[in-house]
Design a protein around this ligand. Structure first.
Ligand code: NDP
Length: 434
């Protein structure tokens, strides 16, 4: 905390990992002596840069861009770019730190990084977003590359932004390499990358339920968010026979007691991805649904919960509501959507809780598969990528069970942290003091 004053989100992420790893590290003195956890909490480097661009009225605007290259211990730096007004060094360091562990869990050779800018794409024209992305990439391109650091999307960085970013990268480098993932299929993207995080999260929930002798059929589900992860989480839940009751955005939650079906989800995708509207409009389109202004979904009774919007969206009172309503299991589609207090309450109540680094690893896993396809200059079919994604999620589940089983409860936080850490730790020991 002294070394990183005021970086609250970063402290939160490190505390969660350190608390669950400490008994394991104490049992393994070689990790303790080498000060591995302390070394891992210091990024390899942080790049901070000015991003100037011109808005449609001709005004010069200035934002701050970042890339946190956290650890390339087991592969090149890999992690998304976030464009959101709340972006700060603390948020990107928490995301980059989490990414090291998540990427280790995928079994692919990927290090951890994260980047972005305090730029708000909301309300900006396509031309403004393009000029921002080009200016951002003009600096970032000096620091990334297919074997160095491979950014992808995150909040506020979807298909449109990745197109502008990659177009500028290619122009500056005169090379068509897999230096960014999440690309459009026509220019090197992978089938199933848009779906991967949301689908992977549902595959994880299916594994969790199956391990407990249960399944997804007719389970009622709370989904938060209505962006990339939330849309495909809801899509896979509907395909597998579950009932999605809610979705949300930063203005509130829509609650549809009849369930969001495929047609309604297609309407939401059009609203969010094409018309760039607010989720409140859903209640006007489907009058049986309610719009709960300024509210999160967690007080609505349901079997399962999928937080897929942003960090710290499940706080202690939300956890208490989920417990009171006998919610059975939670899979985190977003990164660190639950506070430490909320996780402690949920685990004490023996609710199955799968942290983001395990449950949302499907996105970066398919990004890793996009890198493989780019290197081989081929495209795999959607079925092939989906099968590989499923296999990776099953493998992560099995690792969590292996390291996290305690009597009658599986501590997925502990399981995920130990499985991810062991691989990184042994590699760090192999490198010596670097
Ligand atoms: P999108 O930008 O596509 O969607 C984000 C969604 O979250 C929007 O509905 C947005 O609402 C909502 N949201 C954002 N900030 C807040 C807030 N402060 N309060 C309430 N709602 C908010 O992002 P993604 O779907 O890509 O990412 C969602 C989460 O998943 C993030 O935590 C991200 O780090 C994580 N993740 C994403 C991966 C990916 O492949 N995309 C991979 C792994 C993790 P609004 O439109 O009102 O802002």
């Amino acid at each position: 905390r002294k070394r990183n004053p005021g970086e609250l989100e970063f402290h939160q992420a490190v505390e969660e990992v350190a608390m669950s790893l400490m008994p394991f590290i104490i049992d393994n003195p070689k990790y303790m002596q080498a000060q591995l956890l302390e070394r891992l909490t210091e990024p390899d480097r942080v790049i901070i840069f000015r991003v100037c661009w011109q808005d449609d009225q001709g005004n010069i605007r200035t934002n701050r861009g970042y890339r946190v290259q956290f650890s390339n211990c087991i592969g090149p730096y890999k992690g998304g770019l976030r464009f959101h007004p709340s972006v700060s060094l603390s948020i990107l360091k928490f995301l980059g730190f989490e990414q090291i562990f998540k990427n280790s869990l995928t079994t692919l050779p990927l290090g951890g990084g994260k980047g972005g800018a305090n730029f708000n794409p909301k309300g900006k024209s396509d031309g403004e977003v393009m000029r921002f992305c080009q200016s951002f990439m003009t600096e970032l391109s000096r620091h990334i590359g297919a074997d160095i650091d491979i950014p992808a999307g995150d909040i506020g960085v979807g298909a449109r932004e990745i197109g502008f970013l990659y177009g500028q990268f290619k122009r500056l480098n005169n090379r068509h390499t897999g230096a960014i993932t999440g690309k459009g299929f026509n220019y090197g993207g992978s089938r199933m990358r848009p779906e991967a995080t949301g689908y992977g999260c549902v595959y994880m929930m299916r594994e969790v339920l199956s391990h407990a002798g249960d399944d997804l059929d007719r389970k009622t589900c709370l989904v938060s968010g209505s962006g990339n992860v939330a849309q495909f989480c809801a899509e896979k839940l509907i395909q597998l026979g579950a009932k999605v009751l809610t979705m949300s955005d930063s203005s509130g939650t829509i609650y549809d007691p009849e369930g969001i079906n495929e047609d309604k989800l297609a309407w939401i995708k059009d609203l969010k991805n094409i018309r760039r509207g607010r989720i409140a409009e859903y209640a006007k389109q489907y009058p049986l649904a309610q719009f709960l202004e300024g509210k999160r979904p967690w007080s609505i009774p349901a079997d399962l919960a999928f937080p897929c919007a942003t960090q710290n969206e499940i706080e202690a009172p939300d956890a208490k509501a989920l417990i009171a309503n006998s919610c059975h299991a939670i899979c985190e589609g977003a990164n660190m959507p639950s506070t430490k207090e909320a996780i402690d309450l949920l685990q004490a109540a023996k609710i199955i809780f799968v942290p983001g680094k395990a449950a949302n690893a499907g996105g970066v896993a398919v990004s890793g598969l996009e890198m493989t396809q780019n290197s081989m200059r081929i495209h795999w079919s959607a079925e092939e990528v989906d099968q590989r994604l499923l296999g990776i999620m099953q493998n992560i589940h099995q690792k969590c069970v292996q390291y996290g089983t305690e009597d009658d409860y599986i501590d997925y936080v502990k399981g995920a942290n130990i499985a991810a850490f062991s691989k990184i730790a042994d590699t760090m020991l192999a490198y010596g003091v670097v």
